[in-house]
Ligand binder design. Structure first.
Ligand code: FNR
Length: 183
């Protein structure tokens, strides 16, 4: 069978390099995973004042998250931590606690930045937050130092060793999801 995987890009940048990476990963994703792009850039800033009558964007987001088996987060690093847009989505999904959409979800984390240790610190932070919320975050580390020609127009990875590395990551994720997701 196939498993539904939410793809969340932690950026609201129209020319996001992380969206580009996510598109390349989806191409390398294999047969057993079915990807669903879930937007977070339209969610209002979390406020307890909005609980009780949640805005439609928020209920769309949480409904989408409840319907998937797993989640792939591809995120930039902002000041060595999560971009506010991603933390905001995580917060919306975490409340109310009985409806926490992250609990029990197999999750994989990656990201890219132009820097040499691109996104290492945000990935560590994100692993901690998702762990606290009860997601099952896959082990291992995939940091991609972004170069302008790394991913072609058609979302193929131009560097052969990077392509193999990313394909292996997606293969490991597929195995991880199969092991952990409810049948
Ligand atoms: C950045 N950037 C950045 N890069 C990094 O490797 N570590 C960091 O801590 C930060 N901090 C940071 C803060 C803020 C407020 C901005 C706007 C940017 C640079 C970042 O990697 C770059 O903008 C990428 O293009 C972000 O990815 P997206 O949004 O294009 O996917």
């Amino acid at each position: 069978g196939s498993y539904r995987v939410a793809v969340i890009v932690g950026s609201n940048h129209s020319a996001s390099i992380n969206r580009k990476l996510a598109q390349a990963l989806v191409r390398l994703g294999g047969e057993t995973l079915e990807f669903e792009w879930i937007r977070i850039d339209d969610l209002p800033l979390y406020s307890l004042d909005l609980e009780g009558s949640r805005p439609p964007e928020v209920t769309r987001f949480t409904d989408q998250m409840k319907a998937v088996d797993a989640v792939l987060v591809v995120t930039p690093e902002h000041n060595r931590s999560l971009p506010a847009v991603l933390k905001n989505a995580i917060d919306w999904g975490s409340k109310p606690a009985p409806d926490n959409v992250w609990r029990g979800k197999p999750a994989a984390i990656t990201g890219t930045s132009p820097g040499a240790i691109g996104t290492a610190l945000v990935q560590q932070h994100l692993r901690q937050i998702l762990g606290i919320l009860g997601a099952h975050v896959m082990g291992g580390e995939v940091y991609i130092s972004f170069k302008p020609d790394l991913i072609a127009e058609d979302d193929t990875v131009t560097n052969e060793s990077t392509r193999v590395f990313l394909e292996t990551f997606m293969g490991q994720f597929a195995t991880f999801v199969r092991k952990l997701a409810a049948p």
